[in-house]
Every structure is written in structure tokens, then in C-alpha cells.
Design a protein around this ligand. Structure first.
Ligand code: ZN
Ligand code: ZN
Length: 381
């Protein structure tokens, strides 16, 4: 089966599609699942595909396995024979490999329906990179239409040794939010600052005071990130003018709900407090993108056990360090039991989201075996 899966993986790699523009990839997935006798529901969350496979043994339990299908808006710089044929789109996060590994498991399990009991749902999700595809599928009644007991996710990681696995129970990946603050004043002449509100001073104060939210308001044993990524103020062709409007934009990352709530509240309080003390107005737009990925304790133990059955206890790390990256698999885990697992790509010189990244085809058998091990362990009767 391995050569077939490598061909599928490289075909998806050569034809990447960014989030909510996936057409060829879900069509390919649906065609393969149908070919192997799996019931297919297309257009779940517009571009998502769900394969339903029932055992030919009785059983009331069900499990969902999820892969993401989308690519990034990036131009590939590798010289691979199967490099992206689409400028500005590239599989630089290995979702091509996730799709191929889940297809491999689907094929094996469809051919071996007597090795488990109950129902498997193979979930192929669009638009993970924009952190929106999971919610779009959930809003399209994913849970009602495909009632599973628990859901599991698998992602490659270049920094984990080849073919090894790693995860952790509890908060694992961060919640991601973004915000834009606007300060509005009178504007005025740079030579007559006493007749104006100088909102550049407010902006400078604000950027510095933001970091006190992390250093003074966040519990020392917890963590959070506030990063300012964009500033817009004044004009270099008119530097004698004090601007009447400035914009500051940034992101936050947190692991705990309380910390996330606190940071949102303090970002607003500091903006309005500074505006009041400097005689201008503040407006805050705060958008919550995705919650923290919080692995359920029981399902994490089960995921670890399934991986250990494949590679042995020494090659599964059940206590991986938290990462400040985000994953919209968190949206499933906020509503259903489950666990998210990493598999080692073993390529630390190439990092995610870089134009040189490539999923390692040699880990496909490990990923497929993990999925099969998990199904057979969870759907035992
Ligand atoms: Zn990514
Ligand atoms: Zn990814």
C-alpha cells in the first residue's frame, strides 16, 4: 500500500489548495473512499468530506479520525519533482501527508471490516490554517450527522525524531486571538503640541504598557503572549503634522480560559484608561479566533497506548512541551472527548510554513499504523 499512498501524497503536494478553495483535494479523497467501498458525504462545511465505515460485526461505539487538507499561501522553493505547480500555494505544513495517512488507514480498515466493531468516521477538514474549517464543519451539523463518541487528530512535527510520537494531556496548543486598537485625537501642528492631543505618545505608552499584562497580570506559573505586529500613524511626507488617528494591531496567545479573558479585558482597559488620561478616544476590536487545544485526559492515555503498540514505549512522549502554535482541532475538543497527537517528521533543518518544507513520506506507515491501532483498540466490541 505504501507506494500508492506516496503517489497520493505527492499528487496532493503538487496540486495544493488553500483554505476554502479546496476542490480537487476533496474530490480526490471522495473518489478514493468510494473506490474502497466507504460511504462518502461531501460538502460538509462546504469543502469537507466525511467517510463512514461500519464494521461487519455488531457494535454501538464510534470514533472519528481527522485529517486537514489545506495548503498555505506560500511559493515553494524546493526543486522536488512533485513541487507545487501553483505559485502562491504550497503544502508547507504537511497536510498533504495527513490526508494520505488517513486515506491509508481508511483503505486498510475498509478491507478488514472484521478487525473492529461499530463505526468509524474519517473526517477530512478544509481550512485549518485559517483556524476556521473545524467550526464550519461543526456548524454544518457534523456532530448530529456523524455521532461519534470521541475524535482524534494527528499532525506531523519536524522537531520530533523520525517515526516517534508525542502529545500531552490538558492545555497543549494555545488559543489564538487578534485585535486592533485605534486612538483618535484632534491632530495638530508638530510645533504646537500644547494645542493638540499627541496620540503618538499614547501609542508609545500603550505598546509598553501592554507587556505589563503578561509581566504583572498573568500568574507567574501560567503564560501568555501579546505581540504587536502592525502600527499605522502619520506620514513621512508630512512629519510636522501630529496625526489624528493611530492604529495598533497584534495577536495574543494563551492556554487557560481565565488568562484569555483577563488579557482581553486588560487590552481594553489599558486602551480606554490611556485615552481618558491623555484626552483622546480609544476603540478596540478584539476577535477570538480559536480556543486553546485542551487534550482530554482519558483519550490522551488511549492515544498514547495506541501509539505505543506501534513503536514501543520509548518512542512515545506522553509529556510533550506545550507549544504556542494553534490548531483548530481545539474546536472539536471543546465539544467532544478526544486527543491530538504529533508524529515525528524527523527533519529539524526544515521548519513548518517555510518554502522548503516537505512531509516525510517514510513516516506514512507509522501514521497509518497509529490510526489502525487506535481504531482496533477503541472499537474492540
Ligand atoms: Zn500550519
Ligand atoms: Zn498544520
Amino acid at each position: 500500500m505504501q507506494p500508492e499512498l506516496v503517489l497520493i501524497r505527492q499528487d496532493i503536494h503538487a496540486n495544493p489548495e488553500v483554505g476554502m478553495k479546496e476542490e480537487r483535494t476533496p474530490a480526490l479523497v471522495a473518489a478514493k473512499l468510494k473506490l474502497w467501498g466507504i460511504t462518502v458525504t461531501e460538502n460538509v462545511g462546504v469543502f469537507g468530506v466525511v467517510g463512514t465505515l461500519k464494521s461487519n460485526r455488531p457494535g454501538t461505539h464510534s470514533i472519528a479520525l481527522r485529517a486537514d487538507m489545506d495548503a498555505l499561501q506560500l511559493t515553494e522553493s524546493t526543486k522536488l519533482s512533485y513541487a507545487s505547480r501553483t505559485p502562491g500555494a504550497m503544502h508547507a505544513c504537511g497536510h498533504d501527508g495527513h490526508t494520505a495517512m488517513l486515506l491509508g488507514a481508511a483503505k486498510y480498515l475498509a478491507e478488514n471490516r472484521d478487525t473492529f466493531y461499530g463505526t468509524i468516521y474519517f473526517i477530512f477538514q478544509p481550512a485549518e490554517e485559517s483556524l476556521s474549517g473545524a467550526m464550519v464543519m461543526i456548524e454544518d451539523q457534523l456532530f448530529e450527522r456523524f455521532p461519534f463518541d470521541a475524535i482524534y487528530g494527528l499532525h506531523n512535527d519536524p522537531n520530533i525524531p523520525f517515526g516517534e510520537f508525542a502529545t500531552r494531556s490538558g492545555p497543549f496548543l494555545a488559543a489564538a486571538d487578534k485585535w486592533i486598537v485605534t486612538f483618535r485625537g484632534t491632530g495638530g501642528h508638530g510645533a504646537l503640541p500644547h494645542l493638540a492631543t499627541d496620540i503618538n505618545i499614547v501609542q508609545a505608552e500603550y505598546i509598553l504598557s501592554l507587556q505589563t499584562i503578561i509581566s504583572r497580570n498573568t500568574a507567574p506559573i501560567d503564560s501568555g503572549i501579546i505581540s504587536v505586529g502592525a502600527l499605522e500613524s502619520g506620514s513621512f511626507t508630512s512629519i510636522n503634522i501630529l496625526p489624528k488617528e493611530v492604529h495598533i494591531g497584534g495577536i495574543t496567545r494563551t492556554f487557560l480560559k481565565e488568562t484569555r479573558n483577563m488579557i482581553e479585558r486588560r487590552i481594553k482597559e489599558l486602551a480606554h484608561g490611556l485615552a481618558a488620561s491623555f484626552g483622546c478616544e480609544a476603540q478596540v476590536q478584539y476577535h477570538r479566533l480559536v480556543c486553546a487545544l485542551d487534550n482530554h485526559a482519558e483519550q490522551t492515555v488511549r492515544a498514547v497506548k495506541a501509539a505505543e503498540r506501534v513503536v514501543g514505549t520509548t518512542k512515545v512522549n506522553p509529556n510533550m512541551t506545550r507549544t504556542t502554535g494553534s490548531e483548530d482541532f481545539s474546536a472539536f475538543l471543546e465539544r467532544k472527548p478526544g486527543a491530538f497527537m504529533y508524529i515525528g517528521n524527523g527533519t529539524p533543518t526544515y521548519q513548518f510554513h517555510s518554502p522548503t518544507y516537505d512531509f516525510n513520506d517514510a513516516i506514512i506507515p507509522f501514521g497509518v499504523a497509529y490510526w489502525i491501532s487506535l481504531v482496533q483498540q477503541e472499537l474492540k466490541e
